[in-house]
Structure formats: C-alpha cells, structure tokens
Ligand binder design. Structure first.
Ligand SMILES: Cc1cc2nc3c(=O)[nH]c(=O)nc-3n(C[C@H](O)[C@H](O)[C@H](O)COP(=O)(O)OP(=O)(O)OC[C@H]3O[C@@H](n4cnc5c(N)ncnc54)[C@H](O)[C@@H]3O)c2cc1C
Length: 311
C-alpha cells in the first residue's frame, strides 16, 4: 500500500490528478498525481526538491509524443518545461534551444535565418529534451545527436553544462536516457544554407510523411524499434498484422509500425495489441520486437514492455 499523497505547498503551483491524456500525442493516459509548469529554473528546482523530499519520482513531459501512459496514471510529479525552458537564441551558426522547444518550430526558426541541419526534424512532434533522450532522427541516418555541442542538465538543483564527449548518442538512444538527467536545453551547431532549399526539403519530407503515415489518427509514431538490419514495419506487415485490432486500437493499414486508435482507445488496448503483434512477429520471423514508445506507469509493466528488460 502506498502512503497517502502529501499536499504540496501552494507556491509550487502543482495541480492534482491532472489527466495526462490532455498532454500526450496519443491522447491517452490517466492522471499524474501532481502536474506543474514552473515559470523558471528556481520554480523547477523547488518542485524537484519537494518531489525528492517526499520520495516521489519526478518525470518530465515534453511533447508527449513518445510515451504511453497507463490508464491508472502515475504516482509522480510530472513537469512541463514549456515556460521554464521554451526559448530559442541564435548565435552565429549555433542555436541555444530550451528543452521544451518543439523540433518543427526550431527547424522553421533556423530555416528563416538561413540555417540548415534540422530539416530532418520538421515532422518529428517532439521537444528538444525528448529528442535528446532518443537521438530522434529519420530513416536516412540523420539525427539530432551529431548537431549537439553542449547539453544543459539540472543536477541537484544546479544547471550543469555537459560537453559532447560527456554524452553519447546511438540508434534511438543516448546516455542521457540511461542517467535520467533532466535536460534544460542544448546548443546545436547548424550550417548556413539558402532558405529556399531548406524549406523545399522540409516540404518534401512533410509530404512524404503525409503519404506514408496515419497523420489524422492519434498515434505515438513508430511503436517498435527497427531491429538491426530490418524494419519493424516490414516484419509486422509480413506477419499479417496490418489492420489487426484490439478494443479501440488498431495496427495502421497505411504503416504497419503505427498503432492508432479511434479516439476512445485506452492504454490497455494499445499495450495488449503491441503484445499480440510481438507474438505474431516472433512466430513469423523469429524477431522479438522492442518498443520504441516508452511506458509510463506504476507497478508491473505490461507484457509488451517487459521485453526491454530482456535486452
Ligand atoms: C506522428 C509521430 C511521428 C514521429 N516521428 C518520429 C521520427 O521520425 N523520428 C523519431 O526519432 N521519433 C519520431 N517520433 C517519436 C517522438 O516524436 C520522438 O521520440 C521525440 O523525440 C519525443 O520527444 P517528446 O518531447 O515528445 O518526448 P516525450 O514523449 O514527452 O518524452 C519521452 C521521454 O523523454 C523524456 N524527456 C522529455 N523531455 C525531457 C527533458 N527535458 N529532460 C529529461 N527527459 C525528458 C520523458 O521523460 C520521457 O522519458 C514520432 C512520434 C509521432 C507521434
């Protein structure tokens, strides 16, 4: 039995029982026990200190585009950095971007200044902080990691700047994810390029997404990671899973590595469908698919997410 939840001091501005379905791209998720949008670093540090003193996990929600939140919600203090870390500052060919800046907005702002390098990010609906956790990128190999010059993190209430050799990026992962560092922002190195060319490439990338992804239905992007040398979507399609449905959740018929829902879906539907897809792909091809989307919940993870632990 969990101890009763403490009442936070009013000056922390924490809301109680905030439905996370309002804050996730999937439009799914039960309540956060506490939810805060601090105005600045001091506010964030105070919330972090209160969470620690009360033995409550602190979770940062960025764009909410890579998380599946349990229907029961999370017994945690969830913070959005959109006020505290929402600024963009250009400095020559570099940009200092707050962790809550959304990648498409950053890519557009860079294009307006004739700075390229972020074109790949135009269709990724995540924040800089979220993108750094997974080294967000696209299929041709471009990702945010190689652009990073510095990352600012919050350590024991203090802003600490990490150099590139202190952070390692891999395929859809980074050491920031392992350390659980709270990212405040990053400095990215861009390169001068004609604005028209940058914008033309971004348009082409968005059109390609429009054609190949179910953009009008709630989803969390690629639901499984690509196994080495193969594509999760190809394996799911080959296992006959396109259109497979559980409850209100369905494997997209447009792109097999997307799970969509009709607006009434719940996390349990999505997780059960993921587990069924994993079983069928394993039976058909011998490959055990690992989730790309991250599970947020208390207690035991659903079956689909236990495979992460198996490596
Ligand atoms: C339609 C769609 C298309 C997508 N296409 C792509 C794609 O092409 N390539 C790709 O790589 N991904 C893609 N994604 C997945 C997703 O957008 C990325 O993983 C993105 O980087 C997640 O960022 P976020 O801010 O939404 O993170 P969230 O979902 O909010 O959080 C994900 C994780 O990051 C952590 N986090 C977020 N901010 C911080 C912070 N400041 N400090 C510490 N931890 C933090 C969270 O705590 C959580 O653990 C897509 C998703 C959707 C819905």
């Amino acid at each position: 039995m969990n101890p009763p939840l403490p009442e936070p001091p009013p000056d922390l501005g924490l809301a109680r029982e905030e439905p996370l379905s309002r804050h996730t791209y999937m439009r799914i998720g039960g309540p956060a026990a506490y939810f805060g949008v601090p105005n600045d670093l001091d506010g964030l540090s105070s919330i972090a200190a209160w969470a620690e003193a009360n033995d409550l996990p602190l979770r940062v929600l960025g764009g909410g585009s890579n998380v599946l939140v349990a229907d029961d919600g999370v017994r945690a203090v969830v913070v959005s950095l959109r006020r505290a870390c929402g600024s963009i500052e250009f400095d020559g060919d570099e940009v200092h971007a707050g962790a809550a800046v959304m990648l498409p907005a950053l890519a557009r702002a860079a294009a307006e200044r004739g700075l390229g390098g972020l074109e790949f990010a135009i269709g990724i609906p995540g924040s800089v902080g979220g993108a750094l956790q997974t080294n967000a990128g696209i299929g041709d190999g471009r990702s945010i990691g190689p652009l990073v010059r510095h990352v600012a993190v919050l350590l024991d209430g203090v802003r600490v700047v990490l150099a590139t050799d202190e952070v390692t990026f891999g395929y859809r992962t980074s050491t920031l994810r392992d350390t659980g560092d709270l990212v405040l922002g990053a400095t990215l190195a861009l390169r001068p390029a004609p604005r028209e060319g940058i914008e033309a490439e971004m348009r082409a990338l968005l059109e390609a997404r429009q054609r190949s992804q179910p953009t009008s239905e709630p989803n969390a992007g690629s639901i499984f990671r690509n196994p080495p040398g193969d594509a999760a979507g190809r394996l799911i399609d080959a296992a006959g899973c396109k259109g497979l449905a559980i409850g209100h959740a369905r494997v997209s018929t447009l792109h097999a590595n997307f799970i969509v829902h009709d607006g009434a879906g719940i996390a349990a539907d999505i997780a059960a469908l993921m587990a069924e897809v994993q079983r069928r792909v394993l039976a058909a091809s011998g490959v055990r698919l690992r989730p790309e989307v991250e599970w947020w919940g208390d207690g035991e993870r659903p079956e689909a997410f236990r495979v992460v632990d198996a490596g």
